[in-house]
Design a protein around this ligand. Sequence first.
Ligand code: TRP
Length: 446
Amino acid sequence: MKIARFSRIGFILAASGSAVGLGNIWKFPYIAGESGGGAFVLIYLVTVLLIGFSILISEMFIGYIGRKDGVSCFESLAPKHKNLWKLTGFQSVTGLLIMTFYSVVIGWIFNYIVTSVTSLPTSIQEAESTFTTMLHSNILTQFFYHTLTFLIITYILTKGIKGGIQRLNLLLMPTLMIIIVGMFAYATTLDAFSQSVEFMFAPNWDKINSRVFITAIGHAFFTLSLGMGAILTYSASMPKDSNLVQNALWITFLDTLIAIVAGLMLFTFLYEYGSSPAKGPGLVFISLPTVFYEMGIIGNFFAVLFFISLAFAGLTSAVSLVEPMIEYFIDRFKWSRLKASISMGLFFYLFGIVAILSNADAYKELLSFGSRNFFDWMDYITASILLPLAGLIMALFIGYRVEKQRVESVLKHQFGAVAFKVWYFSLRYITPVAMILLLLSLMEII
Ligand code: TRP
């Protein structure tokens, strides 16, 4: 039995901290813009509620009932074929694989906090060359910040659920929200704000096609941190007698709110200074620093705040990526938390170094396999295969394997009879189909 549990607000903030990440602050706004603005936002909200939410509740349920590490949770819930189902618990390994590059990206963000104070790029060309130089030849800088990231994350994890993860989130999440809302308030005073609102919300149904639906499903799933046992592991430490449905609604609400507010703020800045919503990593690391430079001294101030909020979003997600494997070694092998935290930390630290080298000109060739380098392979294997595959299996597990009565006994009164029916239906029929389509599309089969 676990002793250290989250408080109710601690759980909501920790799970939201896991959900709110780079996906909210740069990915959501630009895919929304690309896919028809308001129409996409509407489709996204429906897919979040119908598909993301279905898996979110399932993952919470598995952890809340199982009360242990992922592998043990599946084992204890499986009515039969325990040894087969418990393999699903190994989805937690995905977290460590994600961390091999996620930690490197957090390192870049730290580097940008520092350069924001002194040397914002004066033009797009300069911003581009700063970024590519860091990526391709500045191994030592990346190495330094990656080490810092490793030390911070591992230190927090050694402190456990209450003293580490919960404390971190109680501090960082409200600060992150204050920064984003503060910058958003400033953005509303600029002329370009209305343009930004239009970009995000004007429904453009012409751009809607099947691909847009798949993008929405993929993001609904990714943004809620599903498919690797992060939510499951946190839910194993949820306070007794928690209302899973209410908690899930809070997490979904906060996650979506931050995505929309950050998007409106970013695009206002970009439009106001004649830039455009560029695509991919370029948005945050190239276009935005230039815009901050254009703003003058307040730009330096905003740049620092913005990259701090991005670092916070990254750190709160990162601890949730590693914690599931730590719990696994503590629960199953009786490792001490210290030993488990340091071992898992060293794993992502050392492979993170490989990820850094695989982007560098000098080692790129050595560390590329087929069409991708190590960094990109880790991203592809986790986001495009392992996460959605685990999501699919979990939907099937709760929808078809675990006795309906067992699920009903906890969730029916929390949902209400009608909502429960909708959720269960979605879990059995809509979600699996959506996840299969997503998998095929991400693997570039359809
Ligand atoms: N939800 C995070 C974001 O929006 C990214 C993410 C995906 C994640 N899967 C995860 C974070 C699992 C932690 C655990 O950026």
